[in-house]
Design a protein around this ligand. Structure first.
Ligand code: NAG
Ligand code: NAG
Ligand code: NAG
Ligand code: NAG
Ligand code: NAG
Ligand code: NAG
Ligand code: NAG
Ligand code: NAG
Length: 795
C-alpha cells in the first residue's frame, strides 16, 4: 500500500520537478483568481501562478467551500465556472510545432453548495480530450501544437456547470517524447501495484533526455519474493486504447563482485525487450517503440529475471501514454484570424463565439456556416450573418481576409461609411446583404458589375447608385422606376398596345371606391418590412400546427399547396403554405433555396419569414397579406368594392418594382416564372407584393392540371417559352403584360366564348377596330381619361 502511494506520487513529482528545472515558456494559471491577487508563487514549487483574466472571456469566479480549504492550498482554492453558453474556452499563445504537456485540475469542493459531482467534457481545440466526472481530477495530455494558438474548452454535457481550478502548460524539449506522426494526442495513466521498496540516499544522475527527477529515480521497487517476476498492471478506459510505455531504471544498490542484476521486460505477455542490467546511479530509459493495445483493457508489464541474474528485477519509474485520436482539423487559420478580427472590430461578445469557429458542428459559432469538403483539408467559413447585431462604424476591412465567404449578411445594423470595394475581390462571395443600415456614397461599380453576385442595399437612405443601370447611365436612385417600367414596356410587344393611350384619373368624385392611399404617398417608399423578423426562421412541424391552430383557416390555394392563416408569437399574423408532397420533387434543394429566399427583402416582394422542413412536412411561412390577391379585387369576388384606377396604377408600378428587383436587383437574376394576378398580393395598405417566386429549382411551377414539362399558368405563358422551353426574364415580362391587360380590362385571360379566346389577341382585335372604351373595365364607370397618342404600331 505504501509503495502504491510512492508510485503515484513519483509520477506526479516528475511533472513538478520538470517545471522547477526550466520554467521558460511555462504557463501556470490559477483559474478564478481575482486579478488583484495575481501573480503569486505557489508552494512547494515556487512557480509563479497568474490569474486567468484575459485568457477567457466568459465565466464567473468562485472558490471551494470553506470546509474543503484545509485539504487544499493555492492554486486549488479558487475556480472559474461557466453557467452561460455550451462551450467556453481558454485561449493560449503557444509555440507552433511544439509538444506541450497540458495539465488541467478540477477540484469541485462543493463551491456551489449543491454537492453534485461534475459531469462535463474537456476539449482541446475542436477535439474531445476527456470527460470530467469526479469531484477531484487532474487531467494531463501531451499535445503537439499545430499553430500559435491553443484552446482548452469546457463543454456542458447535461445540467452540471463546467468549472476549472488550474491550467498548466509546459513546452517539452524536442524529442523528449516521440513526435506523433499521426497527429494523435497522448494522455497519462496511473498505476496500481505493491512491491518491496528500494531507496538510496546517494545522488542519481538523472540527466537523461527524459529529465527524470532525483526523487523519482532514487526510489525503486523489486518483487517481494526474490524469485518472482515484477508484475505491473493497470487498466485503461477502453480496450482499444493504444499505449506508448516508457520504463526507467537505475541501479540503487551497491552490488558485490559476484552479484548480477539482469532482467527482460515484456508487455502484455507478447513483446519482450532486453535483457537489461541497470547502471549504478545512472538513468536508463526503455521505450516500447510501437504503441500497443492491452487485451481487455488491462495492461501487464512484467520484469523477468534472467537465468544468470542473482538479484531480482528493479524498476524505478514507468510512464504510459494513451493515444487519443483527434480526427477534427482546426478551421483554416486565416479564416480564424479573419473572423477574430471581425469580432474585435465590432466588439462582439457572443457567448458561442469561443473556441474553434467551425468545429465541431454542434459548437458552430452563431451566425456562421462552414464548409468541410474533405477531412484532409481544414474547414473554411462560407457564411457570415451579423444581421441585427447592433454593429456600428464602417464595414470592417477584416472581412476581406475571409476569403472563402459565400454569403455575407450585415443587414439591419447601424453601419455607416461607404460600401467597400474589397467585397468585389472576395471571389466566392455571391450574396451580400447590406439592407437596413446607414451606408452612404455610391455602390462601387465593381460590385454592381460582378457576375453572379446578389447584392441587397435597400433601406440605406443615403446610399446612391445602387443598380447596374446607374453605372452605365450615371443616374441616381430616383430614376430607377422609370427605366424599369420603360424597359419592361419596350421588351414586350404586347405592351406596345398600351403606349397607345395614357389613361388619367378623373378628378370628379366617383362611386368607385378604393383605399385611401394615393400613388404619390405610396411612392415615398415607407419601409414596409414585416414586423415578424424572428431570428430562428426554422420552425418545427409542431410549431406550424400550433401557429395555424391545426390548419383551421384556409386563406387560399397557391402554387405548391394550400395556404393557411396563422399567428407567430401569438399576435403576428402569417400565411402558412403547407407544401403538398406531390409538388416536392426537388426536395433536396428546398432548404438551400429557402435559405436564399429568406435573405431577399424588397417592399414589393412577399417576405418569407420562416419555413418548416421536417421529414415529409414542408411549409413556408410568409408575411400575412391582409387584402388577398389582385384578381379578387379586380373581379370583385372579394367584396363589392372595385379598385379605382389610381390604385390599379399604383399596384402596377409596385408589382413592376418587385419584378425589377428579381430581375436586376438580385444577382444572379431570378425569373419569377409565374407572374399572374393571383400572385400579386395586397397588404392592409393595399401595397402590392409579388408572391410565389424563387422555388423554381425545387418545385415545378403551375397548377396541377398543367403539364409539368412547361411551367407557368396557361394564358400568361410567353409563346416563345412554349417554343424554346428556354426561360428568361422576358417570359416574366410577357406575363406581366397579360397582368396589365387584366387590370385594364377585367376580362378572363382565356375565354373560349370570345371572338378571340386569348386576352392579348382580343385586345389586339378591339384596338384594330378602334374600340378603346370596350376594352376598359366597365366597372370603372368611365372614371379615367383616354389620351390617344398614336396608333402606329398596330396599323
Ligand atoms: C490540488 O488538487 C489536486 C487534485 O485533487 C491534487 O492532486 C493536488 O495535490 C492539489 N494541490 C494543491 C496545492 O492543493
Ligand atoms: C497573444 O498574442 C497576441 C498577439 O499576437 C496578443 O495580442 C495577445 O494579447 C496575446 N494573448 C495573451 C493571453 O498573451
Ligand atoms: C550524468 O550523465 C551525463 C550523460 O549521461 C553526463 O554527461 C554527466 O556528466 C553525468 N553527471 C554526473 C554528475 O555524473
Ligand atoms: C506475475 O505474473 C506471472 C505470470 O503472469 C505469475 O506467474 C506470477 O505469479 C505473478 N507474480 C506476482 C507477484 O503476482
Ligand atoms: C558472493 O560472494 C559473497 C562474499 O563476497 C559470498 O558470501 C556469497 O555466498 C557469494 N554468492 C554466490 C551466489 O556465490
Ligand atoms: C442605431 O443607433 C441608434 C442610436 O445611435 C439606436 O437608437 C438604434 O437602435 C440603432 N439601430 C440598430 C439597428 O442597432
Ligand atoms: C489580413 O491578413 C493578413 C495576414 O494574413 C494581415 O497582415 C492583415 O493585417 C489582415 N488584414 C486585416 C484587415 O485584418
Ligand atoms: C446616417 O448618417 C448620416 C451621415 O452620413 C447622419 O447625418 C444621419 O443622422 C444618420 N442617420 C441615422 C438614422 O443614424
Amino acid at each position: 500500500m505504501e509503495i502504491h502511494c510512492v508510485f503515484i506520487a513519483t509520477f506526479m513529482l516528475i511533472l513538478h520537478l520538470v517545471q522547477a528545472q526550466d520554467p521558460t515558456g511555462f504557463i501556470n494559471v490559477d483559474c478564478g483568481l481575482p486579478p488583484r491577487e495575481s501573480p503569486y508563487n505557489a508552494l512547494p514549487t515556487g512557480l509563479e501562478y497568474t490569474s486567468d483574466a484575459g485568457l477567457v472571456n466568459s465565466g464567473r469566479l468562485s472558490r471551494i467551500a470553506k470546509g474543503f480549504e484545509p485539504d487544499y492550498t493555492k492554486p486549488n482554492l479558487t475556480l472559474r465556472y461557466f453557467p452561460d453558453g455550451v462551450r467556453n474556452c481558454y485561449n493560449f499563445n503557444v509555440t507552433r510545432d511544439t509538444n506541450y504537456l497540458i495539465k488541467a485540475t478540477f477540484v469541485y469542493g462543493n463551491y456551489d453548495g449543491l454537492n453534485v459531482d461534475p459531469n462535463f467534457d474537456l476539449y482541446l481545440g475542436p477535439n474531445l480530450w476527456t470527460t470530467v466526472s469526479s469531484s477531484e481530477t487532474v487531467e494531463e495530455i501531451i499535445h503537439l501544437t499545430k499553430s500559435n494558438s491553443l484552446q482548452v474548452c469546457l463543454v456542458k454535457k447535461e445540467t452540471t456547470i463546467p468549472f476549472i481550478n488550474i491550467l498548466e502548460l509546459r513546452p517539452l524539449r524536442k524529442n523528449m517524447y516521440p513526435d506523433d506522426i499521426y497527429d494523435r494526442e497522448w494522455n497519462t495513466l496511473f498505476l496500481e501495484k505493491s512491491w518491496a521498496q528500494v531507496t538510496t540516499t546517494l545522488n542519481v544522475n538523472a540527466t537523461s533526455e527524459y529529465e527524470l527527477p532525483q526523487a523519482v529515480m532514487s526510489t525503486g521497487a523489486t518483487p517481494l519474493n526474490d524469485k518472482e517476476t515484477l508484475n505491473v498492471t493497470w487498466t485503461v478506459k477502453s480496450p482499444t486504447t493504444m499505449l506508448y510505455t516508457y520504463v526507467h531504471f537505475t541501479e540503487l544498490q551497491t552490488l558485490r563482485a559476484n552479484d548480477t542484476r539482469e532482467f527482460s521486460v515484456t508487455l502484455n505477455e507478447k513483446n519482450s525487450y532486453g535483457p537489461y542490467s541497470p547502471i549504478p546511479l545512472k538513468t536508463k530509459t526503455e521505450l516500447v517503440k510501437m504503441p500497443d493495445q492491452c487485451d481487455g483493457g488491462t495492461c501487464l508489464l512484467q520484469l523477468l529475471k534472467t537465468s544468470k541474474s542473482t538479484l531480482p528485477p528493479l524498476l524505478n519509474a514507468i510512464e504510459a501514454y494513451a493515444v487519443i485520436d483527434f480526427p477534427q482539423m482546426d478551421t483554416n487559420e486565416d479564416d480564424v484570424a479573419g473572423i477574430k478580427n471581425v469580432q474585435d472590430a465590432y466588439g462582439l461578445s457572443k457567448i458561442s463565439w469561443q473556441g474553434d469557429p467551425c468545429v465541431s458542428k454542434q459548437f458552430l459559432w452563431e451566425g456562421l456556416n462552414c464548409i468541410n469538403s474533405d477531412m484532409s483539408s481544414p474547414p473554411t467559413i462560407t457564411y457570415l450573418d451579423l444581421s441585427a447585431s447592433g454593429l456600428s462604424g464602417i464595414i470592417t476591412h477584416a472581412i476581406q481576409n475571409l476569403t472563402h465567404l459565400e454569403i455575407l449578411d450585415l443587414s439591419n445594423n447601424n453601419l455607416t461609411g461607404e460600401v467597400p470595394e474589397f467585397l468585389a475581390d472576395i471571389k466566392s462571395l455571391h450574396v451580400i446583404v447590406l439592407s437596413g443600415n446607414n451606408l452612404s456614397g455610391s455602390v462601387p461599380p465593381s460590385l454592381l458589375q460582378k457576375k453572379g453576385l446578389m447584392l441587397h442595399v435597400d433601406n440605406n437612405p443615403n446610399l446612391l447608385c445602387t443598380t447596374r443601370s446607374c453605372v452605365k447611365k450615371g443616374h441616381t436612385k430616383k430614376s430607377i422606376i422609370v427605366p424599369v417600367v420603360a424597359s419592361i414596356a419596350s421588351l414586350a410587344v404586347l405592351i406596345g398596345a398600351f403606349v397607345l393611350f395614357i389613361v388619367l384619373r378623373k378628378k370628379k368624385a366617383s362611386k368607385v371606391e378604393g383605399p385611401q392611399t394615393s400613388y404619390m404617398q405610396a411612392s415615398n417608399g415607407r419601409p414596409s418590412q414585416p414586423a415578424i423578423m424572428t431570428k430562428n426562421r426554422r420552425f418545427n412541424y409542431s410549431e406550424v400546427v400550433t401557429m395555424t391552430n391545426n390548419f383551421q383557416r384556409v386563406l387560399g390555394k397557391g402554387g405548391f399547396g394550400i395556404v393557411y392563416h396563422g399567428f407567430v408569437n401569438g399576435t403576428e399574423q402569417v400565411a402558412v403554405k403547407k407544401l403538398s408532397h406531390s409538388s416536392s420533387q426537388g426536395y433536396k434543394q428546398f432548404k438551400a433555396e429557402v435559405e436564399l429566399l429568406l435573405r431577399i427583402h424588397h417592399k414589393n416582394l412577399v417576405c418569407l419569414v420562416g419555413y418548416c422542413d421536417e421529414g415529409q412536412n414542408l411549409a413556408l411561412i410568409y408575411e400575412y397579406m391582409a387584402n388577398g390577391d389582385l384578381k379578387e379585387h379586380i373581379s370583385g369576388t372579394r367584396n363589392r368594392f372595385i379598385l379605382n384606377w389610381g390604385t390599379r396604377l399604383k399596384i402596377v408600378i409596385e408589382s413592376a418594382q418587385g419584378l425589377e428587383y428579381l430581375h436586376n436587383g438580385c444577382k444572379p437574376p431570378m425569373v419569377h416564372r409565374d407572374v399572374k394576378t393571383t400572385n400579386i398580393l395586397l397588404n392592409e395598405h393595399f401595397e402590392a407584393k409579388l408572391a410565389d417566386f424563387g422555388l423554381s429549382r425545387s418545385f415545378p411551377i403551375g397548377e396541377t392540371h398543367v403539364s409539368t414539362v412547361v411551367a407557368g399558368t396557361p394564358g400568361y405563358l410567353d409563346p416563345e417559352y412554349y417554343r424554346t422551353n428556354w426561360l428568361t426574364e422576358k417570359s416574366d415580362v410577357y406575363s406581366f403584360g397579360i397582368v396589365l391587360l387584366e387590370i385594364i380590362t377585367n376580362r378572363s385571360v382565356i375565354d373560349q366564348t370570345r371572338e378571340k379566346p386569348h386576352i392579348a389577341e382580343w385586345v389586339g382585335l378591339m384596338l384594330t377596330k378602334g374600340d378603346i372604351t370596350s376594352i376598359m373595365d366597365p366597372s370603372l364607370n368611365g372614371d379615367y381619361m383616354i389620351l390617344v397618342l398614336f396608333g402606329k404600331l398596330l396599323n
